[in-house]
Write a protein that binds this ligand. Structure first.
Ligand SMILES: Cc1cc2nc3c(=O)[nH]c(=O)nc-3n(C[C@H](O)[C@H](O)[C@H](O)COP(=O)(O)OP(=O)(O)OC[C@H]3O[C@@H](n4cnc5c(N)ncnc54)[C@H](O)[C@@H]3O)c2cc1C
Length: 418
């Protein structure tokens, strides 16, 4: 199916697949991407990119373009969704100074477009209408098979095929875990929300009982992104048809004015049911490696899903580059067993921490009753310049297990006085 000899095949042309293809091409390899859709693209609205991602975009020479298309917000503010009081904030200018790279928000399709154009410039071979149906290891490499009957083969295959990954079945028989939460999104012209008392230059998260609401500007402030997330009663009752628009307004009935005013701007013709998977610590089978959501789909509460995918690709690229392999008549010269072992030694543990923390973070956001009050007291008591809870994420991406920083230890809620 391929049109030239590729050293590496990447399955899936989402943010994870494209950024991995770019990283490996920059490391001197010939890379071919197979995407099942008939065109490369992204659906959805905004993405938050913390310094552990903008550092990598900078390394690729793409931060200027991302900054021009996105927004560098001034603060991240957390408020109570019921009474609209401020609970805590991150000064994002200070974050930039501390970590050396900015906190950026950007439209998903803009980030995807930046990566696609960079892949194109770098010479990545980009193929569409190619749905991969199976993977197998063969002597000296791996082979993939496509729905149309064709095959492709290379020294290594990176499976960046998302939440419903086919490749993951090589490693584990598991299913996506439903959180019973659903996300509505909406990115609208800023004028549409200007009278709603919104923060023009901040990321704001309203956390409430079984729901939360996120707002931030996009595209140099011309657009405004909102995400409404809530627990679906129909999902809890086991109904098939859950997360439908009739549940949206009811779920936010007890929230403050600022949130209520945002609800009419949500898109009501599509919604995203929130799934993750239990972490797995082995992502590599022979010459086939999982990457991005295929390996570690999170609940989105840490806003690190796309970032983890981009970090995965960067680590692979750095491991290949570190070998300084010389191309021979036989191939790229890369010692793939070493590269994939190094990748498998560092990334699963980091992503396990993020995926499990995202679950706990979501639980904290959605509390009700006394536990909500304890949460509020805990967050109000935080020194705004205390970065203990993000140091382990926002710092440089670890290339070895020894570089991985110690994880933040959450403070038990029951110990917080009211
Ligand atoms: C509401 C919401 C908000 C979020 N906010 C953030 C945020 O602020 N910051 C952040 O970092 N992350 C965020 N995320 C998470 C982020 O969107 C994902 O983690 C990320 O997009 C995963 O990228 P991926 O490339 O691994 O997978 P995907 O984006 O799912 O891409 C997989 C690609 O593979 C293709 N494919 C699938 N199967 C096959 C096959 N068999 N053959 C060929 N191609 C195939 C698909 O068509 C697709 O193009 C959010 C997620 C949601 C739902």
């Amino acid at each position: 199916m391929g049109t030239s000899n590729a050293d590496v095949i990447v399955i899936g042309g989402g943010i994870g697949g494209l950024s991995a293809a770019l990283a490996l091409t920059r490391a001197g390899l010939r890379v071919r991407v197979h995407e099942q859709a008939s065109a490369f693209g992204e659906v959805g609205a905004g993405l938050q990119l913390a310094p552990n991602c903008t550092r990598i975009l900078d390394h690729y020479g793409l931060l200027g373009e991302a900054t021009a298309l996105g927004v560098l917000p001034e603060s991240m503010v957390m408020k109570d969704a019921v009474d609209a009081t401020e609970l805590t904030r991150l000064d994002l200018r200070d974050v930039e100074r501390r970590y050396g790279h900015p906190y950026l928000v950007i439209h998903r399709s803009d980030l995807h477009g930046i990566l696609l154009r960079a892949c194109d410039r770098a010479g990545v071979e980009l193929l569409t209408d190619a749905r991969c149906t199976s993977y197998e290891n063969v002597g000296g490499g791996a082979r993939v098979r496509f729905a149309g009957g064709g095959t492709d083969e290379a020294e290594a295959v990176i499976a960046a095929d998302g939440l419903h990954s086919v490749a993951r079945e090589l490693l584990v028989r598991d299913e996506p875990v439903s959180s019973a939460y659903v996300a509505y999104r909406g990115a609208v012209p800023f004028e549409q929300v200007a009278g709603n008392g919104v923060h023009e230059k901040d990321v704001v998260v309203y956390v409430g009982p079984r729901c939360h609401f996120v707002q931030y500007p996009l595209r140099a402030g011309e657009m405004f992104n909102q995400v409404a997330v809530f627990e679906s009663r129909k999902a809890l009752a086991g109904e098939e048809d859950w997360g439908t628009p009739d549940e949206l307004d009811a779920a936010f009935a007890g929230t403050c004015d600022q949130v209520q005013k945002g609800l009419p701007s949500m898109w009501r013709d599509r919604w995203w049911r929130m799934y993750d998977r239990d972490p797995i610590m082995t992502w590599v089978s022979g010459r086939i490696a999982l990457l991005g959501d295929a390996a570690h789909p999170p609940l989105q509460y840490m806003a690190q899903g796309a970032i983890m995918a981009i970090e995965d690709g960067w680590v692979l690229g750095e491991q290949v580059a570190a070998q300084g392999a010389r191309r021979t008549g036989q191939g790229s010269g890369v010692d793939w067993d070493r590269v994939l072992a190094a990748y498998g030694a560092v990334r699963p543990e980091h992503c396990r921490r993020v995926v499990t923390t995202a679950r706990a973070w979501g639980d904290l956001w959605h509390l009700d009753g006394v536990r909500r009050l304890r949460r509020n007291a805990l967050l109000r008591g935080r020194d705004v310049h205390d970065y203990a809870f993000v140091d382990w994420i926002f710092g440089p991406t670890a290339l070895t297990p020894e570089d991985e920083p110690e994880m933040f230890r959450p403070i038990p809620l029951d110990t917080v006085p009211l």
